[in-house]
Design a protein around this ligand. Sequence first.
Ligand code: PLP
Length: 418
Amino acid sequence: MKYSKFGDKFSSDSGIVSLMADLGEALNVNPDILFMGGGNPAAIPQVQEVFEKQLSTLLEDSQRRHKMLGIYQSPQGDEAFLDAVAALLNEEFGWPVSSKNIAVSNGSQSAFFVLFNMLAGEMADGSHRHIQLPLAPEYLGYGDVGVHDELFRATRPSIEFLENNQFKYHVDFTQLSIDESSAALCVSRPTNPTGNVLTDDEVQHLDRMARQHNIPLIIDGAYGTPFPNILFADAEPHWNSNTIVVLSLSKLGLPGARTGIVVAHEDLIKDFTNANTLACLACGNLGPSLSTPLFESREILRVSNDIIRPFYKARAELAINKLTQSLAGLPCFIHKPEGAIFLWLWCDGLPISSQTLYERLKRRGVLVVAGHHFFLGLDEPWQHSQECLRISYCLDEEGLEQGMAIIAQEVHRAYQEA
Ligand code: PLP
């Protein structure tokens, strides 16, 4: 088949495509695999109960049922949902937003596809603009979404070493440069893959830089504040009219609902809505139908803060204890887990590549994600990018212990071979 440049680019393999293929294999086809790979949220029974209750109430109401199944959602999103999300952000967090500042997307991944390609790539005057990632490593799902090549540039972080073989990345503001070809800054907070949470000072600094250069700051809050709030460090939710915050219902436990939420200046929301309507006509109704009452009653915040956050905090502690003990004596460091659902392991001087380590683990029935996928946008090779693994801690305790033990064995083996 002869394809266009777009067809060639989008039909070829990429990090996120192989990650989702692994996820499909482990979660839908072969459940014996110890799945510590893709970002599927954990099944948390108390959270499932909340959504199941909403679903059965919804199904009993013929009008709501018809609205969910039989009517296209309005282009910007379901009106009651937009109002409920705006009221929550406004009343609970003081964000100066109304429903005009909010749009729904079919998952936040598709919102990023639209936003990045609207802002960057080939411009009307023939010039090229890019999205600047202030800190690599960043979410691999951004990597190949550009209709035009080289959509991203990234800045290497500085590394702070901490106690107990932990470390933390910081934005290296001495290296972060913005010029006329920069279209936007973008960070995930907490960061996928590392569990890093940019400090409030870092966010304020990025916000100032973005405003000085008249470009937006995009904050990907898939794991962050205000919901699902998988944060173990203090962090203020940040928004102003120069910021585009992209939220999602996925990590609350609803990845199947495919619902993303864009919060931005109302002009951008209008433009985003037009582009999103071209791409998908209308968004799915399941997420808004199911969650509007939870936004209205603020139960979404209770579920986030009292159930989801403590659940992942406990998992993170278990995972880090297990891994730290079993890697003792090796030059291995774990990024301080400040949020999200992953541990980020750095094996300094690892004699094999992160891809080889991933493959060896896969052969032993443990799926993780090789770290090199997350270093998109760097202009120079960096050995560090070959020395890291992303490990999800969503498995149950027994699976987590087994998986961590196998990971530690393979890391020991790799160093011994050298
Ligand atoms: N952003 C980050 C940081 C993610 O980890 C993910 C998914 O794993 C997404 C965005 C996309 O999520 P969704 O499309 O399910 O909203």
